[in-house]
Ligand binder design. Structure first.
Ligand code: FDA
Length: 398
């Protein structure tokens, strides 16, 4: 066997975090090998944000990230902020805009972000090896050794940046967890996040609303999100639901306020102003027609049928109906799983990592960054910001 090519650092995964880390370390003079089993780098970046890459969020505060240790992400996020990434994007003349809720997108194409990161890697002399997974990874005498394709490589540092298993058809794997376990790091049970929820049983009838969208407040656990929800042929989706899904646990309800704009007492006010209207017609003025019909039919508080005039309904029943519409409990029977999840929650436990450098405490030279780690952002550019920030932190430490 030929002797391995020697590097200072080998980075596994040429995604968002891996490319950032490689560029930073390379530009600091480190000899870096960046390996990906895919035939092209940054595939998730290319499909992100509908092809325009929602590359950061100007509101990326640490409380918008989930982790078993809510403090872990603070250091890296604090040292590499959205403004830092925006400065990089600006230095490449990439035009961008804020869409909504602090979400920044390329005006043109996500490809510009990948080209920028590759250019940054090239500036640092990073060697890029595509098309083969890393195999036979060992660690002895302060050196990590591995094979990729027909090549052998060794380095004193190894960075795990292979992401999580969401969207396996794009080459996503649970490889990071296998590697973590090989080196004795704990893994927090990975689960699909930012994922549509499925409805069954009695709630199956809501699936007939497939395609209907409306602004709601979705609540799971202690977290609430006011954005659009979308009924699908399997259950519930749309940004508000995706956000809530990250906090949802099997067996829990998801509470929906269908009328976030309505002032308290709106149904009684409607009874006074339009006594001949029905609950259905009143709802239809505020919500998509099919949704109004389904909700009116199912309002358990309505004793006298959904076509009864408001004037004929007791105030108490209307107050109860209003309460139900503001706190409608769905009981999802699951999610659409990793196949449809935008990210993976859980992952390599932060317990064993330095929040400053992302280095494993017990395995000097081993680092984990990006989605592989148990840090998961909200929808809207947060996950890329974590990838950039954690990649940057490790890149400075290599
Ligand atoms: P990432 O998944 O980017 O990279 C991991 C790399 O490792 C991949 O290139 C993969 O091929 C490689 N790899 C995996 N296993 C390997 C193995 N065994 N050997 C070698 N290489 C291996 N976030 C956001 O902030 N804004 C957005 O607009 C979107 N949009 C979006 C859309 C869709 C459809 C998805 C699925 C996800 C998003 N995200 C997002 C989430 C975002 O894409 C994600 O959080 C980051 O890409 C994570 O960056 P990483 O570098 O950690 O992993």
């Amino acid at each position: 066997m030929t002797s391995p090519t020697q590097y200072d650092a080998i980075i596994l995964g040429a995604g968002a975090a891996g490319m950032m880390c490689a560029a930073v370390a390379g530009q600091r003079g480190r000899r870096v090998l960046l390996i990906d089993h895919a035939d092209a780098p940054g595939k998730k970046i290319l499909i992100s944000g509908g092809g325009r890459c929602n590359f950061t969020n100007i509101g990326a505060a640490p409380d918008r990230f989930l982790s078993s240790n809510p403090h872990f992400a603070k250091s890296a996020l604090g040292r590499y902020s959205p403004a830092d990434f925006i400065a990089l994007v600006d230095s490449y003349g990439i035009a961008w805009h804020e869409k909504t809720l602090g979400q920044l997108f390329c005006d043109g194409s996500a490809k510009q972000i990948v080209v920028m990161l590759l250019e940054e890697c090239a500036k640092g002399g990073v060697a890029l090896a595509l098309g083969h997974p890393a195999r036979d990874i060992t660690h002895a005498d302060g050196q990590f050794r591995l094979n990729h394709g027909a090549q052998h490589a060794s380095a004193s540092s190894l960075v795990v940046a292979t992401g999580g298993p969401s969207i396996p058809k794009m080459g996503a794997t649970g490889f990071a967890y296998d590697l973590a376990r090989q080196f004795g790091l704990k893994v927090v049970e990975p689960r699909p996040a930012l994922v549509p929820l499925t409805l069954g049983g009695e709630e199956t009838l809501f699936r007939s609303l497939s395609g209907v969208a409306t602004e709601i407040i979705a609540r799971a656990g202690k977290s609430a999100f006011r954005e659009a929800a979308l009924f699908t042929h399997k259950g519930l989706s749309g940004p508000a639901i995706l956000q809530a899904s990250s906090y949802w646990r099997h067996g829990d309800p998801v509470a929906i306020n269908f009328l976030p704009h309505a002032a308290p007492g709106w149904l009684l006010a409607a009874k006074r102003s339009q006594p001949r209207a029905t609950v259905r017609s009143t709802l239809a003025a505020l919500l998509p027609d099919r949704l109004a019909t389904t909700l009116a039919e199912r309002l358990s508080a309505q004793k006298s049928g959904d076509e009864a005039r408001l004037a004929d309904q007791p105030d108490k029943a209307l107050t109860a109906a209003e309460g139900q519409l503001a706190d409608w409990r769905f009981h999802p029977n699951g999610t659409e799983g990793f196949a449809k999840a935008e990210v993976t929650a859980g992952g390599i436990s932060t317990d064993g990592l330095s929040s400053q450098t992302m280095q494993a405490r017990k395995v000097p030279g081993l680092y984990a960054i990006g989605e592989a780690v148990d840090v998961t952002g909200w929808l809207g550019g947060y996950n890329f910001q974590w990838a950039w920030a954690s990649g940057h932190a490790a890149g400075l430490a290599l």
